[in-house]
Design a protein around this ligand. Structure first.
Ligand SMILES: *[C@@H]1O[C@H](CO)[C@@H](O)[C@H](O)[C@H]1NC(C)=O
Ligand SMILES: *[C@@H]1O[C@H](CO)[C@@H](O)[C@H](O)[C@H]1NC(C)=O
Length: 160
């Protein structure tokens, strides 16, 4: 009886804490406030905006995932990068917003974006919600669901 109670308490705490939002600016690695709690939330608040899923490579053996957009070009280099490690005592649905450049306006001419992720589940997707490659700005929403940790390293390549 006590065990049952403990289990149901654990599950309800898990449910309460199940959405976690991380948001980062890519310039100087400063954190900015979060905007969206999920891609669905983004779609509701921005009706009609085109959302592009990024190419996904997933490794089911070690649950690592990579998202990419565009391709490397002669003369490009990393113009912004960030990496973060997060973990939680109970699984979370995690949403991360990556914005380049964080100040708005134009950055380098972007050619390629790569985001390497590690998580404890194989549920995840990344979406371009604003800008893109061959443009000077981009916003990406990365979702990792039902995971107890989320580590990522993002590399933005471009020509200055
Ligand atoms: C997962 O496996 C891939 C391919 O074998 C490897 O490139 C990657 O480094 C591995 N990731 C971790 C976290 O071990
Ligand atoms: C968390 O993600 C899972 C899998 O995508 C989904 O079934 C569940 O409803 C989500 N939970 C919340 C609170 O959004």
């Amino acid at each position: 009886m006590k065990l049952l109670l403990a289990v149901s308490l654990f599950i309800s705490i898990g449910t309460l804490c199940s959405a976690y939002i991380i948001s980062n600016s890519l310039v100087n690695g400063n954190e900015i406030q979060t905007i969206y709690s999920s891609i669905n939330d983004f779609e509701e608040k921005n009706p009609g905006v085109k959302i592009i899923p990024m190419d996904t490579y997933s490794n089911h053996f070690n649950l690592s995932r990579s998202y990419s957009l565009g391709s490397r070009q002669t003369g490009d280099a990393v113009v912004a990068n960030i990496n973060k490690n997060n973990k939680w005592p109970v699984v979370q649905n995690v949403t991360t917003t990556l914005t380049y450049p964080s100040s708005g306006g134009n950055g380098a001419f972007l050619t390629y974006v790569l985001i390497n992720c590690e998580q404890s589940s194989n549920i995840g997707q990344a979406y371009v919600t604003y800008g893109g490659v061959h443009q000077h700005f981009i916003q990406i929403i990365v979702e990792a669901h039902v995971t107890s940790f989320f580590n990522y390293a993002a590399f933005f390549y471009g020509i200055k």
